[in-house]
Design a protein around this ligand. Sequence first.
Ligand code: C2E
Ligand code: CA
Ligand code: CA
Ligand code: CA
Length: 277
Amino acid sequence: AKKESGSSYSFFDKQMAMNSVSKLEMGNHLRQSMDRNELEIVYQPQIDCQLGKVIGVEALLRWNHTTKGYISPSEFIPIAEEMGFIVAIGEWVMRGACQQMKDWHNMLQEPLTVSVNLSVKQLNDERFVDKVIQILEETGLEAKYLEIEITENVAMRDDQLEALGRLRKLGIAISVDDFGTHYSSLSYLKRFPVTKIKLDQSFVRGVQTDDKDRAMIKAIISVAKSFQLQIIAEGVETEEQARFLVANGCSQIQGYYFFQPMSADQTQVTLQMSMQS
Ligand code: C2E
Ligand code: CA
Ligand code: CA
Ligand code: CA
């Protein structure tokens, strides 16, 4: 049992109270953010270095709060999950990203993919799979051009895995995000209907400085090969990192070295240029 002085207790309580007030406040603003047009989807291109071109984009959510300015998804997604808005927000992102990609297909005639981040909480919504089917029908995007990125940070229940299995059967690709950062990484490959591994940026960061990160990257690439999965590295910021990855068999790359996440308009210009070259 911990024995704390009265003052540290009250400090602790105050902190807790403040945290929950600002969380509630943020939650309430978040509830209105969709109606107020404060949410925006930005896109980060994914490159195949062997082919030398953009092969897809990841959709990333942005919240431009009227008074607080830009709020990071790492900050508001957990609140949206806790308060249950993630279901509505996630559906909004999915529809927007699919519609956008269908427009780009029509415009560019290129088989680009769009990756959408999924919170495991969205799989608790029993209508989730039907909603995805509906979105694909509404937008006209073929299932094979949609990829769902899921982080293996919580133990998934059987019904959640079953929903992922149904999505995979539709032809949707399923990518394990932040691969290698959670203890269950390997066993998930057995249980998941996975098509791709996303090599976490924490390993990429150590390419020039850390033997262990380099060993991790090589090990994860060989896991991908053994399981016949695609692999993409994220958070690639330097030429050295890109060279190391390609030399070791990971040719799909995403990161600031090539492109930052961009507005839909900017992404469109980038895609047009990439397809011309
Ligand atoms: P994530 O899915 O792992 O996304 C990668 C994050 O790394 C993104 O941050 C991206 O902007 C950033 N990034 C990309 N390239 C580089 C690079 O070269 N260097 C560095 N340092 N960072 C890079 P972002 O956009 O702030 O998103 C943070 C997290 O929020 C995401 O991590 C994802 O877990 C979550 N998120 C974003 N959008 C959504 C969404 O629509 N739904 C859900 N459920 N989660 C989302
Ligand atoms: Ca992701
Ligand atoms: Ca990631
Ligand atoms: Ca992450």
